[in-house]
Design a protein around this ligand. Structure first.
Ligand code: PLP
Length: 422
């Protein structure tokens, strides 16, 4: 995680080149592309990912472990997929397992942690997280009769209250599940502090990096969490989930699996046949990110590519942040300047349902903007946004431009005027 904008801002030429890699952004015939502000829900797919999927499908598909070329090729594809993720997140290739999506992987990991937990133990989750990083661990705790404790969201600062970590995470804590950054407010949590405390009491740390991996560079080894979960459809690839599990823990996991299926890591977590074409697409998505950067090897190019993404997004963020903070009649759910944030903004307009805003933008400005609680439902309840249909969420991706942000601002002023609010 870089934690601050890098020096290499992307020039408008570089952003134009980057946009060229996304077929969904191109005009063709009478098709006018949308302006996509729904990155946190899922980004558009890079050409390199599409090419990877097509090459696998058209080149002859196969199942694993056969003597014939397409099967050997598929074995190699999985190996290559693990190596590509290992370079992206800085872990060992055998620590990388694939699955349907983050949620499904979290549930199967939770099920395989049964023997780690007893009724005297405690599990810590947060009030800010997407429920995919809450409910699998709460279900596990309930199955074992263990206690669940919540790391509280401060409703005024939109950050987690880390001051009480020592009281919350104790000798009884066996597992701590924490999000790297909120998929609603963009708040990036100082997970290092949480990991350090969890490690003092030997608790397992699960990091939900689904919303962070598209925006920040990662170093799994250096962070020291035991499990990291993310999803490729949030970073320019196809719909496939990724789990990174530290070898020492992964080897001990008692997964629910078929008796004759492989016992070794990482295969033992990958029940049934994987989505090979999605793994081919994931490699392509990582290639796209790598090609944005510079360096001697893939890891270096990925770190540099991610820093460029981050720097570009933070430029757009600075503009949108100062605009949204001064729109009268709009409530912005955004942490203070001193807190690092992803380019994800959530707001409400009192008296107006979130869906009315997003439908208006889709109709009048051809913009894809999402609304709802985004499965961060504990936070939605605590902040009282459910009666308004949740938040309106603008999520920026590296293919968004200053012009698009300016157009959104124009649209929002127009919308507010139609409501007599601007
Ligand atoms: C922060 C966060 N965690 C978890 C998930 C769940 O990911 P998946 O759809 O891969 O199960 C999402 C999806 O939006 C998310 O934003």
């Amino acid at each position: 995680m870089a934690g601050h904008p890098a020096i290499h801002f992307m020039s408008s030429l570089a952003v134009a080149n980057l946009r060229a890699a996304f077929p969904a952004l191109q005009e063709s015939g009478d098709r006018k592309p949308f302006i996509y502000f729904d990155g946190p829900g899922g980004t558009q797919m890079a050409q390199q990912a599409i090419d990877g999927m097509l090459a696998y499908i058209t080149g002859g598909m196969a199942n694993l472990h056969g003597a014939f070329p397409t099967s050997v090729g598929t074995d190699n594809l999985l190996l290559e997929g693990r190596k590509a993720v290992a370079d992206l997140l800085h872990c060992a290739p055998e620590e990388v397992a694939f699955g349907q999506n983050m949620t499904t992987l979290a549930f199967s990991i939770a099920r395989s942690l049964g023997s780690f937990l007893s009724a005297e133990d405690e599990v810590v989750v947060t009030e800010m997280d997407h429920r995919a990083n809450v409910d699998p661990w709460v279900t596990l705790a309930n199955d074992k009769g263990a206690q669940v404790r919540f790391l509280e969201l401060d409703p005024n600062t939109y950050t987690l209250n880390l001051d009480k970590l020592d009281e919350l995470i104790t000798e009884k804590t066996r597992l701590v599940a924490i999000g790297m950054s909120s998929n609603v407010t963009g708040t990036v949590t100082d997970v290092r502090r949480v990991i350090a405390r969890a490690k003092e009491v030997n608790a397992i740390v699960v990091l939900d990096a689904v919303h962070a991996v598209p925006h920040l560079s990662f170093d799994f080894k250096e962070l020291g969490s035991d499990i990291l979960l993310c999803s490729a459809y949030k970073f320019f690839g196809p719909h496939i989930g990724i789990a990174v599990i530290a070898t020492s823990l992964f080897e001990k996991l008692q997964v629910y699996k078929l008796a004759p299926a492989p016992q070794q890591i990482p295969d033992k977590l990958e029940t049934g046949t994987q989505n090979h074409e999605a793994i081919a697409g994931l490699i392509g998505a990582i290639t796209f990110m790598e090609q944005l950067g510079e360096g001697k090897n893939r890891r270096e190019r990925l770190v540099s590519g991610m820093q460029r993404i981050e720097a570009h997004e933070q430029q757009l963020t600075a503009r949108l942040d100062s605009f949204l903070r001064q729109v009268p009649g709009l409530k912005l759910y955004r942490a203070a300047e001193s807190v690092y944030k992803t380019p994800t903004f959530a707001f409400t307009i009192p008296g107006i349902k979130a869906r009315e805003v997003t439908s208006w933008f889709a109709e009048n400005y051809h913009m894809c903007i999402a609304d709802g609680h985004f499965y961060a439902s504990t936070m939605a309840e605590k902040l009282g946004v459910n009666p308004m249909g949740g938040w309106v969420r603008i999520g920026l991706a590296p293919y968004n431009t200053m012009e698009e942000v300016a157009l959104f601002e124009q649209g929002l002023k127009e919308f507010m005027k139609t409501k007599g609010k601007y």
